[in-house]
Design a binder for this molecule. Structure first.
Ligand code: PLP
Length: 438
């Protein structure tokens, strides 16, 4: 007979301090709407839509039913050289939500796979267009693009990179746009920093445009602590890409499906990339699924470059999986029926005021907001960076609120069904608990 703790031993938890978690486990056992329930029977208000993903709230019956029906009707069918109806239908529906022209959709199973797929597609596009010398990929410091080798190579988080070797060759990075000195406590887009987009021009001057395939950025960097793009920054990146034939990829794994008040940040902020990566909100996270939207003419360039046979040697056993596709269709129906993207937009000003009410609280050195997202940056504790936010995260959880700690930043991104009273509760609790942390 093994002890209790052994029940926790086998699961090597992702992005978790396994030893400390297993010494003090906190578990969620069910969920409904805006709330989780913990294993000790408490109700936890979800301030993070799970992990930026349950945008329509939890356990929506319409999605559960669609998944159950799919599982009972066609549990699996290959999409290599065969098909089944659901992913075709879903691709059309996703395409209709994308900015004009990005209407060719490749399905994956996660954000990481979407990123690696997008990078590979960008390379294939350049090659198909006779630009085969363009193999260099550009990312950005503090970028998070998942955990595949492509994603960590273009990503800009040292902890995600240092243990895993050299990464992809021929990768370079723009500087990040985080600048508290000039932009602290900005509501929406920060005023300062558009010129940082000119880093791309510097890299063109350094490497030669004819070596650069693509640049990938999160329109708003979420996982590294809610870094909102400076006014004009994304536009400037777009211009430089156009000037030099570089493919612009927006990683919208977090921002797609309503988070910033429209189907995509590209649409909300009026900058159209060539490729968009998605995941998370696509299925309300009820079944893992990701997608990559590609401009039609770039897709056509790849298809037309091959005289016959398979055009892109890439894909996953579960690309367009029936359960995920069914979940995606039911999710998109829910978003449309309940007008959740508009709802996020309508609530954004209230959300912003509530978040910025924490200004002046102990340890708070910056607050950033956009759409239904907030980042609250705490002064790092001397000699123990990240400890303060982690303690606050635990205090919140123990007091019935789920937030996310990333570095010394608390990030919030509730389901888009959140009510004003719940927004008040989130920031009220945070205001109270922040005072209890040293
Ligand atoms: C912008 C971005 N890209 C990629 C990913 C990776 O997604 P996944 O964890 O589904 O692989 C994430 C996850 O948070 C993300 O925020």
């Amino acid at each position: 007979m093994r002890g209790d703790n052994d029940q926790l031993a086998s699961f090597w938890m992702p992005f978790t301090a396994n030893r400390s978690y297993k010494a003090h486990p906190r578990q969620l056992v069910s969920a409904s709407g805006m709330y989780y329930r913990s294993s000790d029977g408490r109700t936890i208000l979800d301030g993070t839509a799970g992990l930026w993903c349950s945008n329509a709230g939890h356990c929506r019956p319409e999605i559960a039913e669609a998944i159950a029906n799919a599982a009972a009707t066609l549990d699996f069918a290959p999409t290599f050289q065969l098909g089944h109806p659901l992913p075709f239908e879903l691709a059309q529906r996703v395409a209709a939500l994308m900015p004009e022209g990005l209407d060719r959709i490749f399905f994956t199973n996660s954000g990481s796979e979407s990123v690696d797929t997008a990078l590979k597609i960008a390379l294939a596009i350049q090659r198909a267009k006779g630009q085969g010398t363009r193999t260099r990929l550009i990312g950005r410091e503090r970028g998070y693009h998942g955990t595949g080798f492509g994603g960590i190579s273009v990503g800009g988080l040292v902890n995600n990179r240092r243990a895993f070797g050299g990464g992809l060759p021929g990768v370079d990075h723009l500087r990040h746009t985080h600048d508290i000195e000039r932009n602290a406590f900005t509501r929406g887009f920060p005023q300062h920093g558009a010129e940082l987009a000119d880093d791309l021009q510097r890299l063109v001057d350094l490497h030669g445009a004819e070596t650069i395939a693509a640049v990938i950025v999160e329109p708003m960097a979420g996982s590294t602590g809610v870094l909102v793009p400076p006014v004009g920054y994304l536009q400037r990146l777009r211009e430089i890409c156009d000037r030099h034939g570089i493919i612009l990829i927006f990683d919208e794994v977090i921002t797609a499906f309503g988070r910033v008040g429209a189907a995509t940040a590209a649409e909300a902020w009026g900058v159209t990339p060539d490729i968009i990566t998605m995941a998370k909100g696509l299925t309300n996270a009820a079944v893992p699924m990701g997608a990559v939207a590609v401009k039609r003419e770039l897709h056509d360039a790849v298809i037309d470059s091959v005289p016959g046979g398979i055009e892109l040697f890439h894909g996953y056993t579960y690309s367009g999986h029936p359960l995920a596709s069914a979940a995606g269709l039911a999710t998109l129906d829910l978003y449309a029926r309940e007008g959740l993207f508009d709802r996020a937009n309508d609530l954004a000003a209230y959300w912003e005021d509530a978040a910025h009410s924490l200004k002046g609280r102990r340890h708070v050195i910056d607050i950033r907001t956009i759409g239904l997202v907030a980042g609250i940056e705490l002064e790092p504790r001397a000699g123990a960076p990240t400890a303060r936010a982690m303690e606050l995260f635990h205090a919140c959880f123990d007091n019935g609120l789920l937030v996310r700690a990333t570095g010394d930043i608390i990030a919030l991104s509730p389901p888009l069904i959140v009510e004003k009273a719940q927004i008040d509760e989130m920031f009220g609790k945070l205001a109270e608990l922040i005072e209890t942390i040293d």
